[in-house]
Design a protein around this ligand. Structure first.
Ligand code: PGA
Length: 303
């Protein structure tokens, strides 16, 4: 290994190509030309002495050596960006890049703090990925982000988590649905109705299935839809019932929908802030965390 001469620039270029699976998108992200990206990758390949990438059609895949380098890169770049931020902090500036990944359901509230946060820390550049729970766990295991926001943290994994705020799941239907006027609906009655559910891999779906399974009940699935928004629209159009996070329903904006009064509901859960165990947070990530803890009240929609 001694003697490999690899530059930070090559590693940053490689990391972007590996993450985006594309030379042209990497070039765009790091603001250089595509030939400049190819050159950095060629030099890196020569230095390492094994191919790192494979191109199939337009898409770029990693070889085994590439996968190893990617894991190593994530650690190095992390350390480097923490160093840069510490230096900026010593100079009295809060600046740098913050990567947050949230599950799709959190997009209904988390972005609300971005405006006030940006107003206070304009030097902090935020990238927020919005994906379902399964994709988020993949990102977490690859250490791709500074912080993760999710409703169902993984069990038995090396993570640290803290509760951010409540995240109740409620049964929702069109405001015109006959059940919308009933009080104290027994859980068993729901079995006679059909449900719209989120895709497999969604934390909401996982919780709903577990909830009914634990009560030896099953629900009829009428349709699987890939987003909370699609489910809300389908409900408003008169299709079935759904169990959704209360965060997705705006008390004023969603007048076509009603939260049903069902026995054992809401399912009380929480939103968690998650990070890999032992991950040393950057100054910027610490700043954002402290801001979030102080501004939780901003995250709840007001009628
Ligand atoms: P989802 O996650 O958006 O993947 O359903 C929500 C949750 O984990 O509670």
């Amino acid at each position: 290994m001694a003697g490999m001469r690899v530059t930070l620039r090559q590693l940053q270029t490689f990391e972007a190509v590996a993450r985006l699976h594309s030379f042209s998108r990497a070039a765009e992200e790091i603001h250089v030309t595509q030939p400049a990206v190819s050159k950095q990758i060629r030099l890196l390949n020569e230095e390492i002495g094994l191919p790192l990438l494979e191109q199939i059609g337009k898409k770029v895949f990693l070889t085994e050596a590439g996968e190893r380098l990617r894991a190593t890169c994530a650690d190095w770049l992390d350390t480097w960006s923490r160093f840069e931020q510490t230096i900026a902090d010593l100079k009295g500036l809060k600046q740098g890049r913050l990567r947050i990944a949230t599950v799709t359901t959190a997009k209904y509230f988390l972005p609300r703090v971005l405006g006030p946060f940006y107003a206070e820390y304009p030097g902090i550049d935020i990238a927020m990925e919005v994906v379902n729970r399964d994709r988020l766990l993949e990102r977490l295991s690859r250490n791709e982000d500074d912080l993760y926001v999710m409703g169902v943290p993984p069990e038995g994994r090396d993570i640290e988590s803290e509760v951010l705020m409540g995240n109740d799941l409620v049964v929702v239907a069109a405001a015109s649905h006959p059940l919308a006027r009933r009080k104290g609906i027994p859980l068993r009655d729901l079995a006679q109705h059909s449900f719209l559910v989120r895709e497999l891999g969604s934390g909401t779906r996982m919780t709903v299935e577990r909830f009914f399974r634990e009560r030896q009940l099953s629900i009829q699935i009428q349709m699987e839809l890939g987003s909370n928004e699609a489910i809300k629209q389908a409900l408003a159009g008169g299709l079935g019932l759904a169990v959704l996070s209360r965060s997705t329903i705006h008390p004023e904006g969603d007048r076509e929908l009603a939260v049903l009064d069902v026995e054992d509901f809401p399912i009380h859960r929480a939103w968690y802030l998650v990070r890999p165990k032992g991950k040393q947070l950057s100054v910027v990530a610490e700043t954002f965390l402290a801001f979030l803890r102080d501004h939780v009240q901003m995250l709840t929609p007001r009628a």
